[in-house]
Ligand binder design. Structure first.
Ligand code: ATP
Length: 236
């Protein structure tokens, strides 16, 4: 069953329409990779899904039409967004940044358990729980942003270019942790990634955007094996 079903999504900025009818599916427990060149509309799709910009069409999440809902309502329903640039609160400690993600939760002992699990998954953060987030490296801030999102115990984790600016070894660490959380917590994912191989390697479905439209969609393994798609859209 689909956890997220996007149909004929139109969205943009001011008078300019950037998405011209995007279709996208994330299966329950699955991962969908959203690929495409710079400027294709990947970030805009995530912003529209999370309610950050005006949009039309149909976004059905967990059986509910969320197209017209506020960002806060959408977050409360279980969609957690890890934006590009990560958005940590620089003056708050690593631990407090993580706890921001759990602000809506009442189950304090479960929250503590989840915090411990996040820190175990990212030892680099565990070593510096009291440090101000602004003093952390780019890779650590990416880990922190993922943990903050996970601390809300989302049904869907929405990731915008998690590998951006990271060294390969750090990128691997981040993706391994994502795989770990997916296995342990059953969190579904929608991931935008420039690194198509990385994204296709962890996804079960993929959609390729070009100029605000999905031009290719299907099983990730199938798309990974198509040289024509790789050459035309993925730069690999
Ligand atoms: P990238 O990998 O470069 O982030 P993308 O596929 O995520 O690319 P978007 O960021 O969604 O692409 O951008 C799609 C189009 O929308 C681009 O033409 C871009 O110039 C435009 N755009 C993005 N953000 C804004 C904004 N805040 N205001 C106006 N136009 C924008």
């Amino acid at each position: 069953m689909a956890l997220l079903e996007i149909r004929d999504l139109r969205a943009g900025y001011g008078a300019a329409e950037v998405l011209h009818g995007v279709e996208l599916t994330v299966e329950t427990g699955g991962t969908t990779a959203l690929l495409g060149a710079n400027g294709a509309g990947k970030t805009t799709t995530l912003r529209a899904l999370c309610g950050m910009i005006r949009r039309r069409g149909e976004i059905v999440f967990d059986g509910l039409d969320i197209t017209g809902l506020s960002t806060e309502r959408i977050a409360r329903l279980g969609v957690a967004h890890v934006p590009q640039g990560r958005g940590s609160l620089a003056n708050l400690s690593v631990r407090d940044n993580m706890m921001v993600g759990a602000l809506l939760r009442r189950d304090r002992s479960a929250v503590r358990g989840d915090l411990d699990r996040c820190l175990a998954m990212f030892p680099a953060l565990a070593k510096r729980v009291k440090a101000a987030a602004g003093t952390m490296s780019g890779g650590e801030q990416q880990m922190l942003a993922i943990c903050r999102a996970l601390m809300s115990r989302p049904k869907l984790l929405v990731l915008d270019e998690p590998s951006l600016g990271l060294a390969p070894v750090i990128t691997r660490r981040v993706f391994d942790a994502l795989l770990g959380f997916r296995a342990e917590w059953g969190v579904s994912m929608l991931v935008v990634e420039q690194n198509a191989n990385l994204a296709l390697g962890m996804a079960d479905r993929a959609s390729v955007l070009e100029f605000g439209r999905v031009v290719v969609a299907g099983p990730a393994a199938e798309i990974a094996g198509r040289d024509d798609v790789r050459r035309a859209y993925l730069g690999t």
